[in-house]
Design a binder for this molecule. Sequence first.
Ligand code: IVH
Length: 672
Amino acid sequence: MTDAARRRAEALREQIAHHNHRYYVLDDPEIDDFAYDALLRELQALEATHPELLTPDSPTQRVGAAPLAEFGTVRHPQPMLSLENAFSDEDVAAFDRRVRERLGTGDDIEYVAEPKLDGLAISVIYRHGLLERAATRGDGEQGEDVTANIRTLRSVPLRLMGDAPAFLEARGEVFMPVAGFERLNADQVARGLKPFVNPRNAAAGSLRQLDPRVTATRPLELYFYALGAVEGGTVRDSHDAALKALRDWGLRTSPEARRVRGSAGCLAYYADLQSRRAALAYQIDGVVYKVDDLASQEKLGFVSRAPRWAIAHKFPAEEARTRLRSVDFQVGRTGALTPVARLEPVMVGGATVGNATLHNLDEIARKDIRIGDTVIVRRAGDVIPEVVRVDFERRPDDTLPIILPASCPVCGSRVDRVEGQAVARCTGALRCQAQRHEALRHFAARRAMDIDGLGDAVIAQLIERDLVQSPADLYLLDWEQLAQLERLGEKSARNLVAAIAASRSTTLPRFLFALGIPDVGESTAAALARQFGNLDALLSADATRLEQTPDVGPVIAANVAGFFADADNLRIVAALRARGVQWQEGEPVAAVALPLSGQTWVLTGTLPTLSRDEAKDLLEARGAKVAGSVSKKTNCVLAGEEAGSKLAKAIELGVPVIDEATFRQQLGLPAG
Ligand code: IVH
């Protein structure tokens, strides 16, 4: 009996695997759902009566694992890299030119073009044909072990077909099709839960569920796009052949992948896919071109953790049309009023947008935007959506002008607009709760006074209960007061008091930065500290003296002088010192030439070992200025992984680009 049962179980598993492949991978089922369910139920019944027949690769075992307390960490057999970005036809032509130059050929290169899926990278390992482990990309070296969750995806076989290698690492992208995303969100809302902002976040949230039973209910799919580490089996000589091998093993690859010739072939593919983008069942954010020949790939190698043989050609930012309902003014740290558009919610680039920035009054005037207008909103990546222009053909007769309020919407103080300047400001200073909130947030920031635990929720309550009028009042708080706040227990209250106390010993550059003088960022604060050496010298300097500081022009000089001429500000500075805030004072060091002084650097992408802040500190300590965008005046760009438009710009302008290893060498730092 058991023998017959074993044979039947094996036959059922084989049939189910076959039908899974037909349905989920080939999208070409041979039987209907009813017949499929009958097979699955028969197998379940058989395994229930004969538990000894159960195997881990049985199709009944997809959702077997118990919920986890946390994900384990695993090291990838080979690092998972990222891609450089191209934003224009010229970027693609330049990429193709670099490839041909490096390969020393004038011939057209064969590429494989594929959609750039907007999901999460995943590495799946099969040993002797059985699914062993699946991991997220993580930092590229180590990821999270999400095996139990990946097993719940029907499109991922638990056992490979054909002659699978002894060890196979397949790489791909997990994503959520748009229809599934919309169903999931409707369900979330119906259950009183927060909807996901876009399919990508929904996919990430679903994959990072500790309970695989939850993941199993989520409509996740996976396309494999590359081989990782492989041991045993035939060697493939092209990317196209690798994709075919994946398909032969029963793994799903994108049906859109095509071989194309030269940059012209790439661009034609791009145009075609872009025209069909909206009709695809899933979201993509561009196209990836990969040199097809694997020997050439090897010759081309890598630069700062991205291959030289591939590039992601991004689609332009997405736009949508909607109606401008009203405009609110938000008050920032320096009192600047920013007009915010309240829109009829609309889907743009996979997320619902209800608010967008209008930048400032000059922009509103230039674009001639009025309330009631139909406007075009744009969203690019993770940046704040913006109103790009008005659709004048749809302008109704009853639009209203956008008017700057005469008084601050938060504190009621007078609003000033300096003639000829775009920005209008609330004159309430720290009496304005909005400005006070932002000032405290800035003061406590990591790069300023570095007060851990002073987040927005705490700041809001401190202001609401009138416990702090200025940053100086933070140093008068005791833990009993803090423990009164909502969601702050005794332990957190004590920790916060300790963090505030610890922030008392600081440095002059940090202190100056923390004060939040308009336009005085970190590098200006550092320059001022170097120039004057101590606070009293700075306090007594007039605008002319201030202007002698490197990088300080008339506008910043006037801001600094104006800030320290204000009696309220002087009182706060005095109170901060009286309450124990201190730093080492020194002599002016302006005379000392630093090795990189006068140079402007730009950081982009993720560096392998240094954080952004660390790299910035290293540069500033050597006198360099770190700027946010690349121009002809940039001396050098330090680029890491996922570097995007800044890197492209640097290449275009011929600005030198270095990676972290070279940077370390140049600065005489140990290798990372
Ligand atoms: S290949 C070494 N192909 O894009 C090249 N990546 O910025 C590794 N992605 O982390 C990636 N679709 O998550 C490749 N067809 C595709 C892709 C793709 C989406 C993602 C992937 C990767 C990121 C790189």
